[in-house]
Design a protein. Structure first.
Length: 322
């Protein structure tokens, strides 16, 4: 292996830069040339490559987002698109590729592996919905941002006797909502993995009011059957008085922004370095992730064939501590 490339794909996540930095510096240290690909698979298909040196990745470990840019690329979902991407890799004499990204991106990297090209994935998504890593790059930062918002909402909710529906990201995965709920001391958490009837949430809010609480915080995952907007509409239609006045807030993309936490920088540095080491050492077709407190590789075919499950004990804990 003489030349490797790295790209970031799909939803950006705080810590991606630390992962890029680790791939580049570990690669150079390991005696290979490293190329960056701009804008994910879009850049791969459209030949947007540039050579990176150790200095290109100076001063980025503390920055959110990704210096390589990210994109969603429909063309790469077609065989013709992927072959075009492979041609570009071959034209630049690149022998191996690191793909930093989430579920969709690793589905793409598995397709590259199936074509026989050496590829290693790095588990990175704020949704934490990727099989093959207990925790993915970006989750910790997103969680801390959501938590800070909940803490702030609690202060104002208490002053005005309000109940807040706080919608957090996570696509079809309730991890971010569940962890935000536990760490933020929420009265209830609504996640896609468990069907919660809106009247159950109504009862929780009424009961919190009756027990003399000064506020109620309900953390809702964006992928839940009843998201914050649907819950708010339900309460508007079906309840004359919940006790608390109800407000709804969707945190949205603020959860992706900002500087990566210490945890994400370290996780990203470790996984990025591991990915480059794997490629150089001849191990590919795998995802580098974090399992049971250590770096672990999982075949990409296995990663895409499994859906990550949520630890239901945590859901019970959130209920117990409300
Ligand atoms: P994330 O990696 O954050 O889950 P997406 O689901 O948007 O983000 O996927 C990112 C990109 O990965 C897509 O725009 C596409 O280029 C590529 N991708 C997703 N699914 C596939 C697939 N089945 N085959 C090939 N490429 C895919």
């Amino acid at each position: 292996m003489r030349r490797i490339a790295v790209l970031t794909s799909g939803g950006d996540a705080p810590g991606m830069n630390a992962a890029i930095r680790a791939v580049v510096r570990t690669g150079i240290e390991g005696g290979v040339e490293v190329f960056g690909v701009r804008n994910g698979y879009h850049g791969l298909v459209n030949d947007n490559f540039f050579q990176m040196g150790a200095r290109n990745v100076g001063g980025i470990i503390q920055r959110g987002g990704t210096i390589l840019g990210s994109a969603r690329c429909l063309e790469f979902k077609t065989e013709a698109g992927r072959k075009k991407g492979l041609r570009c890799l071959n034209q630049h004499g690149i022998d191996g590729l690191v793909v930093i990204g989430g579920n969709g991106s690793q589905t793409g990297s598995n397709e590259i592996a199936k074509l026989g090209f050496p590829v290693v994935g790095v588990a990175s998504t704020i949704d934490n919905d990727l099989y093959g890593s207990d925790v993915t790059i970006g989750v910790d930062t997103a969680l801390n941002i959501a938590l800070e918002a909940v803490d702030r909402l609690k202060t104002t909710a208490s002053s005005h006797q309000r109940a807040f529906l706080v919608e957090v990201m996570g696509r079809d995965c309730g991890y971010l909502a569940l962890m935000t709920g536990i760490a933020g001391g929420a009265e209830a958490v609504v996640i896609p993995e468990i069907e919660t009837k809106p009247e159950e949430i109504g009862e929780i809010i009424e009961s919190a009011y009756e027990r003399g609480k000064s506020h109620a915080i309900i953390v809702v995952a964006e992928g839940a059957k009843y998201d914050a907007a649907k819950l708010a509409a339900y309460f508007e239609e079906n309840y004359e008085d919940l006790g608390f006045k109800l407000r709804s807030t969707t945190l949205g993309h603020v959860q992706r922004g900002g500087d990566p936490s210490a945890y994400d920088r370290i996780l990203a540095s470790r996984l990025g370095a591991a990915a480059a080491t794997c490629l150089i050492g001849g191990e590919h077709g795998v995802l580098t992730g974090w399992i049971n407190g250590a770096i672990a590789t999982t075949p990409l075919a296995e990663v895409v064939a499994h859906k990550k499950t949520l630890d239901m004990e945590l859901f019970e804990l959130a209920r117990l501590l409300d």
